[in-house]
Write a protein that binds this ligand. Structure first.
Ligand code: NAP
Length: 276
């Protein structure tokens, strides 16, 4: 079994991005918008800010109160769209229920849409044009590429249909010639799909959701899920047993998570290079 070491791979990518950044003389600035208090969001933002500073990217974090109205978020996005000093904009999810996050994502200028969630970015992906692509799906593909795992003709069972993981990842996999089965909470007999898969990608958020009886020998397993159990971060996969059958598997932590952050950094540079 080979561990798909996202942490190690992401460090190599970040080192390459540092060199790429040094070739850009201009200032680069990321604007992050956080609405309401969310402990997990604060941790993610802290991590992104740290990585940005390592690449000499300035960051402005806009912390808006939980009472903020949707129009106020949109006004801020429009102000940042117009600001020539701002290279990229991230709206941190989740947002409070009174805010339509899809509407807000669609207000972000597609040239500054680092998360790739606006309808123009999603449309580009649908058409096979990979510009600013959603970072977790992109990070998963980059990790598979690093280990020379060819997707062409592979049966992939993807368990997730969300806008941020499953749907964009489906398009990236399809574009690379994989045969993709997208499963979700309404899927019947999930095990039949996972057992038939050369690659299982699970993004459910339930510990021990994927057990060894659900996968075939030699399977490649990508664990996207994040849950906290007794203060520890765990994925969806019963790692100790599934890893005995797998040919490749991601650890949690240290698998998909660091790849996501590296892809955010890459997207900021792509945005800057495209819009100089
Ligand atoms: P989400 O919107 O809640 O999606 C969860 C998906 O799991 C949904 O498609 C849901 O189906 C499906 N699901 C739930 N119960 C199921 C069941 N019993 N059988 C089959 N499918 C089931 O969450 P998300 O935002 O996509 O994130 C998913 C997980 O990935 C979370 O743990 C999140 O923390 C993690 N994540 C990690 C990273 C990273 O960088 N490592 C990035 C993003 C997300 P329905 O659509 O039918 O409800």
């Amino acid at each position: 079994m080979i561990l798909l070491e996202g942490k190690k791979v992401s460090e190599e990518i970040l080192a390459e991005l540092k060199l790429r950044r040094e070739k850009i003389a201009d200032k680069i600035k990321l604007a992050i918008i956080l609405v309401g208090d969310n402990e997990a969001s604060e941790i993610y933002i802290k991590n992104k800010v740290k990585k940005c500073h390592k690449l000499d990217i300035d960051v402005d974090v806009y912390r808006l109160s939980v009472e903020t109205k949707e129009e106020e978020v949109i006004d801020l996005i429009e102000k940042l769209n117009k600001d020539k000093e701002v290279t990229g904009i991230l709206l941190q999810s989740p947002v409070p229920d009174n805010i339509d996050i899809i509407k807000c994502f669609n207000c972000i200028d597609y040239r500054k849409d680092i998360d790739g969630f606006s309808c123009i970015s999603v449309g580009n992906l649908y058409l096979g044009q990979e510009k600013l692509v959603s970072c977790t799906p992109k990070g998963i593909i980059r990790l598979l590429d690093y280990y020379n795992i060819d997707l062409e003709g592979k049966n992939v069972c993807l368990i997730n249909r969300s806008n941020i993981v499953g749907k964009p990842l489906f398009h990236l996999l399809l574009q690379r010639g994989a045969t993709v089965t997208v499963c979700h909470s309404k899927t019947k007999n999930l095990s039949e799909h996972t057992k038939n898969a050369d690659i299982v990608i699970s993004a459910v958020g339930k510990p021990n959701f994927i057990t060894s009886d659900m996968v075939k020998d030699g399977v490649i397993v990508i664990d996207v899920g994040i849950s906290r159990v007794d203060g520890h971060v765990v994925g969806d996969v019963d790692f100790s047993n599934v890893s005995l059958k797998a040919s490749y598997i991601t650890p949690v932590p240290g698998g998909v998570g660091p790849m996501t952050v590296a892809m955010i950094m890459e997207n900021i540079l792509i945005a800057k290079e495209a819009n100089k």
